[in-house]
Write a protein that binds this ligand. Structure first.
Ligand SMILES: Nc1nc2c(c(=O)[nH]1)N[C@H]1C(S)=C(S)[C@@H](COP(=O)(O)O)O[C@H]1N2
Ligand SMILES: [Mo]
Length: 214
């Protein structure tokens, strides 16, 4: 684990405190228009995972549990998206380039049992979790991403592998993705337990934002 740096990053249990502790990304600061990513973590550090040491475990209601390396993910059909990234707190980075493998591809290679209906995601930070229904997870714009901003995903952005859920607010895009558990019922994730809506569609859970540009 590397320390998250200066800026007094002290993360409490409350979402507002976490959001208030965010700071801007150097990479994002280079984007035209000054639209910047804020780097978030709910722990006091960033998990540092080497490319060779990275594993994604897929377990639960599957025919074949998987333990995928980064190379395994890269050998699967590649998908590219150019989409906005929208945090529920109001910042938005337009037209971000993303690359990875569709979550639906990963699920297909594991094989879903008939009782499968939802997914629980774990992070190498050991604290943040997320969930999607199986219908949401099967969308073509939900990606297990290993590139963003035209580069390998950096540690602060959740590299080497993060989730990217394009139609939903940023908190669904879990960083340092470690595990996918296939389950029967969606369980609220970390941010939902701290006050965010499990209905994370952009534009649906606050009155301010437009729908994402498709
Ligand atoms: N593991 C982990 N994933 C996370 C978060 C986090 O704190 N920890 N924050 C979420 C939120 S609220 C947002 S808006 C985005 C921010 O992504 P970024 O840090 O790459 O800007 O990551 C999401 N994924
Ligand atoms: Mo967010």
């Amino acid at each position: 684990m590397i320390a998250a740096g200066a800026a007094g990053i002290v993360f409490g249990a409350r979402v507002q405190k976490v959001v208030g502790s965010a700071f801007g990304s150097g990479l994002g600061g280079l984007l035209p228009g000054g639209d910047r990513f804020r780097i978030y973590t709910v722990t006091s550090s960033f998990p540092e995972i080497s490319n060779s040491g990275y594993r994604l475990r897929v377990t639960g209601l599957v025919d074949r549990p998987l333990n995928l390396t980064l190379d395994d993910l890269k050998s699967m059909p590649k998908t590219k998206l150019v989409k906005d990234f929208q945090c529920v707190t109001g910042w938005r980075v337009p037209q971000v380039h993303w690359e990875g493998v569709r979550l639906s591809e990963v699920l297909a290679s594991a094989g879903l049992k008939s009782s499968a209906a939802a997914l629980t995601f774990g992070s190498y930070d050991g604290l943040d979790t997320e969930s999607l229904t199986l219908d949401q997870a099967q969308r073509p714009d939900v990606v297990v991403a290993y590139r963003m901003l035209d580069a390998p995903i950096t540690t602060d952005h959740g590299g080497p592998v993060r989730l990217y859920v394009a139609p939903m607010y940023g908190y669904k895009s879990l960083k340092w993705l470690s595990s996918i558990q296939v389950v029967e019922n969606a369980a609220p994730g970390y941010w939902e337990q701290n006050g965010y809506s499990t209905d994370a569609w952009v534009g649906a859970s606050n009155q301010r934002d437009d729908k994402p540009i498709s």
